[in-house]
Design a protein. Sequence first.
Length: 383
Amino acid sequence: MVTLRSQIRRTTLLVAGILLPALAGAPAAALDRSGWIRRVVERINAPSPRLDSAYIYQPKPCWNVTLSNDLRRTGMSQSSAFEAHGVSTNLYCELWERLYKGVGIHAGYGSLTLGMSREVGRKSADYNKSFSLNYMGAGLGLHASYYDIRQPMAYTLTTGTPGSADYSSESGTSDYPGRMKMITVEGIYAFNHSTFSYGSVYKGNKIQRRSAGSWLIGAKFVQGEVKIDPAEPISDLLYGLCRQSTLQASVGAGYSYNFVPYHRQPAGAGTKGFRNFSINLTGMPLLTVLDRHYSTRYVYNPLTGSLDSQEKRPLGSTIRINFVTRGALAYSWDRFYLSLAGIYDHFSYRGTTKIVAPALAADIKTAGHFSKWSTVLTFNVKF
């Protein structure tokens, strides 16, 4: 059985095995074989000549180990409004993972790190698969993530209007689990190349010495879907309309600011006596410029006796504003770095699906949103 301790040991040895021959004390033959690795590592970790040293402190790259504690919650909510037998009906559904709690360890050299994390305690969902990839430079931030969550759905069915004779409302949980999948890729570019470091508070390899900010531009790509199991009884209320999928591309502009209440340079060539306390706030609204949304209706197949045939219909959607928000605070002293970061992502979809079939005509108005919030506590030690 592979334990957490053995996984951590294996990860640390892997990092050391990749980088050590290229960086220190390796025989000549090994340096010849891995010389290109060393050049890449040195180039990535070299101080940026574009940054003003009066505003940005760039410590020398060194070996480091990072411990992290993650809290996260991802999910969606969706409302479907239509008329059933002349009575207004609304079905509201939610699929949220329970609170995800994870711990991780990362090791590397300079700004290059490699690590692993795992969930601890009670599982956040019946089924949960996820990964993420981050890069933060002085003026550039890139983030990619993938989530696949399977969990029972909570729902509320309302018919009629309050106070009328045909009004009723009932809530419950689906008998079969629903499923949500989401891929997001986003990039942020800062115009201020000299006095502002976007990754200062989040990564800690380039430290903001004086308060400064920058206007941003960014782009975001999202592909997501939510699906109700066709065998679920509540799917009959939606005429078999069980799956919503969206493909969106958004662009926007915003602002990021690093506030530095306190900074003290190290006393000598090393990091002894170094102190820094910094806060970052970032906000960027996004305008959706590309939106492809489809609803899938599962139809009973009399030949097979199952719901295995599908009808895909485009959803007539409208332009919306989405947004990206981030905030963090970090304190560095000597060779230690401690930070707490919070991120909230949100995107929505809205439109109408027209269903026309024998003895059936309905307009289903759908509105929903995917969202994710997370907080990450990070502790880093440099050697």
